[in-house]
Structure formats: structure tokens, C-alpha cells
Design a binder for this molecule. Structure first.
Ligand SMILES: [Zn+2]
Length: 114
């Protein structure tokens, strides 16, 4: 019997090949995310050091602000969750990432970090 002699072997080989391709895609995506993360951290550090040097702020000021923002959603967990807003036209909740109301189409003000 050859390697491809049974249907089970064929499907097993195809499944293994698909799993390998999916793993390579995931690896490329992870590398892309890591590069974007590193670039974002560099940008953040550049922005912070610029503000610190130009405005005389301190690292303690930054840490205190980070804690305040973290706590503003009720949990000290290293995250700042944005509360949903209400549509000024129909009053329904609008998620922080939406630029307009999904119910009535009303455009809403965007915030830089939503
Ligand atoms: Zn609306």
C-alpha cells in the first residue's frame, strides 16, 4: 500500500498540511502584531518624553494619571474600559468604537482613545 493508498491517510495528511498552514499564518500575524506593538510603544515613549521635557511633568505625574484612568471604570486592573455613550437623538447606547448610532444613524462625537 502506498502512502496515499487509504483515504484515512490522505485526510490525515491534508489535515496536517492545513494545520501547518494555519500555524504559519498565526505566526505571521503574531509577528505583525508584535511589530505594531513595538512601534506603538516607541511612539508612546516619544510622546511621553516630549511632554515631560517640554511641560516639566514627571514620571510620577504619568503614573498617577494612569492609576486614575485605570480606576475610572471601577477596577484597578491595568485597563481603562470606556462606557457606552447614549445617542443624542434616540437615546440608545452606542459602543465606544462606533462613530454613529446603529439604530438611527446619528453621527456622534468621537474620542481619541475610544
Ligand atoms: Zn440613535
Amino acid at each position: 500500500m502506498t502512502y496515499w493508498g487509504s483515504q484515512g491517510s490522505f485526510y490525515a495528511a491534508r489535515t496536517a498540511a492545513e494545520a501547518g498552514a494555519a500555524a504559519r499564518r498565526s505566526e505571521r500575524q503574531a509577528e505583525g502584531l508584535e511589530e505594531r506593538f513595538e512601534r506603538s510603544m516607541l511612539t508612546l515613549e516619544a510622546m511621553w518624553t516630549l511632554l515631560r521635557d517640554k511641560l516639566g511633568l514627571t514620571d510620577e505625574d504619568l503614573c498617577n494619571r494612569m492609576t486614575d484612568l485605570d480606576l475610572s471604570d471601577g477596577q484597578l486592573d491595568g485597563k481603562h474600559r470606556h462606557e457606552p455613550r447614549s445617542c443624542p437623538k434616540c437615546g440608545k447606547a452606542i459602543g465606544p468604537r462606533f462613530a454613529k448610532c446603529i439604530y438611527c444613524g446619528q453621527l456622534v462625537e468621537q474620542t481619541p482613545f475610544a
